[in-house]
Structures are given as C-alpha cells and as structure tokens.
Design a protein around this ligand. Structure first.
Ligand SMILES: CCN(CC)CCN(C[C@]12C[C@](c3ccc(C(F)(F)F)cc3)(C1)C2)C(=O)Cn1c(SCc2ccc(F)cc2)nc(=O)c2c1C=CC2
Length: 394
C-alpha cells in the first residue's frame, strides 16, 4: 500500500509505543478512548489498524459529502490496510509514573485520526488517551446497548453495537448554539476519561466492553496524577480550552489550530492554566485569532506560534497518507513537508509540557520554538489583525 514516504511517522522518543482501545459503560454516557502508551518492546506484536471498522468509512463519506458507495469503496481500498506505528495490545511498560495527556479530535474526525501526534508523545514517555466523542461531531462512533432478549434466543444480555454518525446541520439551524452544546459534552467526555484513567491508576477493576487482550492491571500506580494536560485539534482545541476551564486537575493545554466559534466569552476568564496555541498558516482568520487573544493575560502563560507552509489538515494523519499532488488538491498538505511540520508542532508541545508540568526531561532544548524561533515557525500569527478590538455584541 503506502510507499516509503506515505506512512504515518514513527515515534522519535526512547520508548516503544503500544496502543489499545477501551470502552466502559453502556450508552453514550460511557467512555470510549484509544490509549497510546510506553510499552515493552515485544516484536511479536502486530501494528495497530488505523481505521478499525468499515462504518468509519461510511461516516467519513457522509462528512465529506461523497456518495456513500464510492466513498466506502475508495476508503476501503486506500486506507483499509493502513496501520499506525504502535504495537497493538503490547504489554504495558511498568516502572515509572507517566504524565497523562487527554486528546480531543476535530469535527468529522474520531479517536484514531491523530496517531502521529499521540504516538510521538507516547514515545517520549506520556500516556495519551484519545477520546472518541459521542456528540455527533465524529464522522462515526458507536456505543453498546444491552439486548433485552436477543431474537436468536442467545444470552439475554448480549451487547448490541449502536452507531452514531456526523450530524449535518440544516440551513435554518443555528450553528453557534449547536456547537456550544457540543463543546460542553466534549469537555465532560474528556473529564470522564480522566476519571476513568485515575480509577485505573488507583487499582480499580477495568470493565472493558471491547474484546481486547490488553492487561490493564500494570497501569495501576503508573499515572503521575499531578502532571495531566489536555490537547486537541480545531474543535478539539476548543474542547481542550473548555476542559481547562472546568477542571483544575488539567495543569496546561495545547490548542492545535483552534476553532474558537464553540466558545462563549464567559469561558475565557475561567481558564487559569498555561495555554499554547500552535496554528497553521492557512486556516486562521482575524476574528478567530481575536477570540484567542481574549485569553491573553499578564500573569498567565499564553503562547502562540504559527508553522509556515501548513494547512489545517497538517495535524490529523491523512496528511501523511496522500501523495503531494493529491494532498495539495484536497487541502491535506501545505508547502512544508508534513513530517517536518508535525515535528515542529510536537517539539513545541513537548517543550511547553516540560515547562508547565515540571518534567525532568530534555524537552527544554526546543524552547526556542515557543518564541517562534526556528525554521518554518513564526511567533504569534501571520494573520493581519484589524486595530479595533472586536465590537461587543449588541
Ligand atoms: C465538507 C465538509 N465541511 C464540514 C463542515 C468542511 C470539512 N472540513 C474541511 C475538510 C476536512 C477535510 C478532508 C478530510 C479528509 C480527506 C480525505 F480525503 F483525506 F479523507 C479529505 C478532506 C474536508 C478537509 C472541516 O470540517 C475542517 N475542520 C476539521 S477537519 C478534522 C478532520 C475530519 C476528518 C478527517 F478525516 C480528518 C480531520 N475539524 C474541525 O474541528 C473543524 C473544521 C472546520 C471547522 C472546525
């Protein structure tokens, strides 16, 4: 399938990376996440399937307004065999407490879509839980329902998969209020995922509804409960900001190409944690940047950098799987090589996380990136801003 250059990049850090899925609780109130973690180096493990179920192809086709049969066929051919460079259900590497990142995906994406970022962070010694949101912003997601009495007369408590697909707004529907509701649910789902992982850390039994061969017991006492961060892309970045405002256990946040529309003005004064904005060159616009600047504060660390030659899709994994021509046409790639761009984003994130989680690693070597110093990076934004502050709403 993917020739040499069309693959999701491996982690560059010292740890081998494992990956597993966890779903707890029936219905949409449960938690659903993909965990990337430092693993034992078990060569017999398979690589992780990037998009694990065909319903995700249907969801993506619907989100991208492709016709269903064509979309499903194209995705099945092109990405059906794609794996990401993490060892599926590899044994967890015990021996230290790892800082934890909760990752929130963007509109139309789902939990597996940002594996280049999550795998890099795990290879550097983080636990990364990429949540899958059930707010109808994912292209597709599923939960389990108890079958009261299964028609085949099987076990009465057979679990039944229920799929939720991306909810397209009708022309007359008010997008802002719908997105503001969704961001609340998304933040709750990030907090629920943290609570679930803290329960695991304290030795609570994990009731995984998914048929997984992963042993969760070694995760007990392996989370550094004072070093927790939240990250997200686009709608997921707004979710990260909303989550910071709701829960002080998250010590800092990284907002990747944030989409600020779902956030109300009331949330900004409630964000007391350090925040890093990493923007693409092409996606941002003045009003969106001015919303980010409402978070500026004298005594709270707010950093913003822009990666030159990048587009919105430089953060999710598709950017690594398309050739340069198709990539440019679909807006999946910018002028800067996708591996170079994600490397800058990951290094800046690691430097920021070391600074604000108080890590004892060597990520401070990338501090200059946080000042916008380095190849393909600028401080702040490339977007021309009007001198006037945004007019207060009438
Ligand atoms: C026409 C649909 N229309 C819906 C509102 C706009 C669609 N759109 C631009 C797209 C996503 C695009 C894309 C993906 C993937 C291929 C593929 F071919 F590679 F599969 C192609 C083309 C189509 C670039 C975005 O929504 C951009 N965006 C995203 S994109 C997150 C995502 C989704 C699916 C993925 F597979 C990977 C990443 N996350 C956000 O949180 C926000 C926005 C905008 C505001 C807030």
């Amino acid at each position: 399938m993917g020739s040499m250059q069309e693959q999701i990049p491996k982690g560059k850090g010292p740890y081998s990376v494992g990956c597993t899925d966890l779903m707890t609780g029936l219905g949409i109130e449960g938690s659903f996440l993909r965990l990337y973690y430092p693993s034992q180096n078990d060569p017999s493990c398979e690589e992780t399937i990037w998009i694990p179920k065909k319903e995700y192809y249907y969801g993506l086709s619907k989100f991208l307004n492709l016709c269903r049969t064509v979309g499903e066929f194209v995705f099945a051919c092109y990405v059906g065999a794609v794996t990401c460079p993490a060892k599926w259900n590899a044994a967890f590497k015990r021996g230290e407490r790892y800082p934890l990142i909760i990752f929130s995906h963007g509109l139309g994406a789902f939990r597996t879509m940002y594996s280049a970022i999550c795998i890099e962070m795990a290879s550097q010694g983080f636990l990364v839980a990429a949540v899958e949101h059930r707010d109808q912003s994912s292209s597709a997601t599923y939960y389990y329902k108890k079958n009261p009495t299964s028609a085949t007369g099987g076990a009465a408590s057979e679990l039944h998969e229920e799929w939720i697909y991306y909810k397209k707004l009708k022309a007359n529907e008010d997008e802002v209020s719908f997105r503001r509701l969704q961001v609340q649910q998304r933040a709750e789902e990030c907090i629920r995922a943290l609570n679930l992982l803290l329960d695991v850390n304290s030795g609570k039994q994990v009731a995984n509804l998914l048929p997984m061969s992963f042993d969760w017991t070694p995760v007990k006492d392996s989370i550094d409960v004072h070093r927790i961060a939240v990250m997200g892309h686009s709608f997921g970045a707004a979710t990260a900001i909303e989550t910071l405002s709701k829960d002080a256990r998250f010590k800092c946040g990284v907002a990747l190409d944030a989409w600020m529309l779902p956030l109300c003005d009331e949330v900004y004064p409630r964000v007391h944690q350090p925040l890093l904005f990493i923007n693409s060159e092409k996606f941002q616009w003045a009003y969106n940047i001015l919303e980010m600047k409402k978070l500026d504060s004298t005594d709270l660390e707010r950093k913003m950098i822009t990666i030159k030659g990048t587009v919105h899709q430089n953060f999710p994994d598709f950017t690594f799987l398309a050739g340069s021509i198709v990539g440019k046409i679909f807006g999946l790639k910018g002028e800067t090589d996708s591996n170079v761009a994600i490397d800058i984003s990951n290094k800046a994130s690691l430097a920021f996380l070391q600074k604000h989680l108080g890590l004892k690693k060597d990520f401070d070597q990338w501090n200059p990136l946080l000042e916008g110093k380095g190849l393909n990076v600028i401080p702040g934004t490339n977007v021309e801003l009007p001198q006037m502050p945004p007019q207060p709403k009438q």
